[in-house]
Design a protein around this ligand. Structure first.
Ligand code: ZN
Length: 375
C-alpha cells in the first residue's frame, strides 16, 4: 500500500510590527544584493554549476555580508536556478524580489500562529494568518518570502496525503461552455454572466489605459490584470467547490472532458472570442481536480469527441439547434449542454479511472444498442 502525496502552495500572510517589517525589508535587500554579486561572478566566469559557483562565491560573500550560511546557500540556488532557463543574458535581481526559506531558517508554531523567521537582525517571531488553516499541519519544505504592496507573504509548500479514492458507480458529468461556465448532468449550471461582466469591465478599462502608453499606465495595466485574474480565480474556486461538495454529498465521482479540444469544438462568434480566449477553463479544471483529490473523489477525464453530438439516451447522433438537442431516433429533446454533461457522466462511469482513451465510440460499442450508422 502506498499513499499519494499532493503538493500545494499555501499563502500565509505575515503580520510583522514596524521594527520586524524593517528587518524583513533589509533582509530581502541584502539577500538580493548578494544574488546580484553572485550573478556577476556567474556571468563573468561563465560558471553555471551549483557546486562550482558555491566554491567561487561562498567564502568571499560570507565575509562581506551579514547573511547566514543557509541564507547564502539559498541565494546561490536562486541565481543558479535563474540561469537554468538560458545562459544568454545576465540575470539582475530586483532589490525586493522573493527569497526562499527552508526549515533551517524558518519554522512554524501552528498553535500560536507564529513563524520564527531568520533575518539580518536575528530570528523574528511574527504572527501570521492563513485562510486554509487545515493545511498548516502539512507544511513541508521550502517557502518563498514575498513582499507585495507593502505586505509580506510566505508561499509555503505543503504536502498533503490524498485520501483513498472511494469506489463509486455514478458520476457527475461536467460540460464546460461559453455561456454557462459549467453544466452538470443533473441540470445544475453555473452562469458565466458575472465572469463576462468582470472581463468586459477590465477589457474596456485596459483599452483606455493602453492608449495612454505611459510608464504609469503600464503599472496600472499590470494591477488591473492581477485584479481580473484574482476575480476569475475566486469564481473558479466557488464553482469547483460547489461541484466537489455535490459529488461528496451524493457519493459520486466527477467526470470532465479533456479541455485541450475545447477551442476546436466550440464555434464562437467574434465578439465572444476575446472572452473565450482569456477563459480560465484550465484553472477551473485544475481546481476541480485537486479539490476532488483532496476529498477522495474519483476524478475522470474523458474524450470529448461526440459528447455533444450523441443522444444520451439512445446514443445515436442527433441535431443541435442552438441551445437544444433533438434526437431523431428516440425523440429526446433536451438542453444541449445537459445532454453533453450526461454523456460525460456515463463515460466517466464507464471508464472509472483517469484515462482519456475511452471515447463515446468505445462506449457505444460496449452497450447493446444500435450503433449509429452515420459515424
Ligand atoms: Zn435518442
Amino acid at each position: 500500500m502506498y499513499i499519494t502525496i499532493m503538493k500545494l502552495t499555501l499563502q500565509i500572510k505575515l503580520l510583522p510590527d514596524d521594527e520586524q517589517a524593517k528587518s524583513l525589508l533589509t533582509t530581502l535587500k541584502e539577500a538580493n544584493s548578494a544574488c546580484n554579486q553572485i550573478s556577476n561572478v556567474v556571468w563573468e566566469k561563465k560558471v553555471f554549476n551549483q557546486f562550482k559557483v558555491h566554491h567561487l562565491v561562498y567564502h568571499p560573500l560570507k565575509n562581506a555580508t551579514r547573511l547566514s550560511a543557509q541564507m547564502l546557500i539559498r541565494c546561490i540556488s536562486k541565481v543558479v536556478d535563474a540561469y537554468k532557463l538560458d545562459k544568454k543574458r545576465k540575470r539582475i535581481f530586483k532589490p525586493l524580489g522573493a527569497i526562499t526559506y527552508d526549515p533551517r531558517i524558518l519554522s512554524y508554531n501552528i498553535e500560536k500562529q507564529i513563524v520564527s523567521i531568520w533575518s539580518i537582525n536575528g530570528r523574528l517571531k511574527i504572527p501570521f494568518i492563513c485562510h486554509n488553516p487545515k493545511y498548516l499541519p502539512y507544511i513541508k519544505g521550502e517557502a518563498d518570502l514575498v513582499y507585495k504592496k507593502g505586505k509580506f507573504y510566505l508561499f509555503q509548500t505543503v504536502e498533503i496525503p490524498e485520501e483513498d479514492v472511494k469506489n463509486v458507480e455514478e458520476f457527475i458529468g461536467v460540460d464546460f461552455g461559453i455561456n454557462k461556465i459549467a453544466t452538470l448532468s443533473d441540470g445544475t449550471n453555473f452562469s458565466s454572466d458575472e465572469l463576462n461582466q468582470v472581463r468586459d469591465k477590465y477589457f474596456k478599462t485596459r483599452k483606455s489605459v493602453q492608449s495612454k502608453g505611459t510608464t504609469g499606465s503600464k503599472k496600472l495595466l499590470k494591477r488591473l490584470k492581477g485584479r481580473e485574474q484574482r476575480h476569475a480565480a475566486l469564481i473558479n474556486h466557488t464553482i469547483s467547490k460547489a461541484i466537489v461538495e455535490k459529488a461528496k454529498t451524493e457519493s459520486k465521482g466527477i467526470a470532465i472532458e479533456d479541455l485541450t479540444y475545447i477551442r476546436e469544438r466550440t464555434k464562437v462568434r467574434k465578439a465572444q472570442r476575446r472572452r473565450h480566449h482569456s477563459w480560465a477553463f484550465a484553472q477551473l479544471r485544475s481546481f476541480l481536480e485537486y479539490k476532488a483529490k483532496l476529498a477522495g473523489i474519483s476524478f475522470v477525464v474523458t474524450d470529448p469527441r461526440y459528447t455533444s453530438k450523441i443522444c444520451n439516451i439512445c446514443k445515436v447522433i442527433g441535431n443541435r439547434n442552438g441551445k437544444h438537442f433533438f434526437c431523431p431516433n428516440c425523440g429526446n429533446v433536451s438542453d444541449a449542454d445537459i445532454n453533453a454533461a450526461r454523456n460525460i457522466a456515463q463515460l466517466g462511469a464507464f471508464c472509472k479511472q483517469p484515462r482519456k482513451d475511452v471515447s463515446m465510440l468505445n462506449f457505444i460499442s460496449h452497450i447493446p444498442l444500435k450503433a449509429p450508422s452515420n459515424l
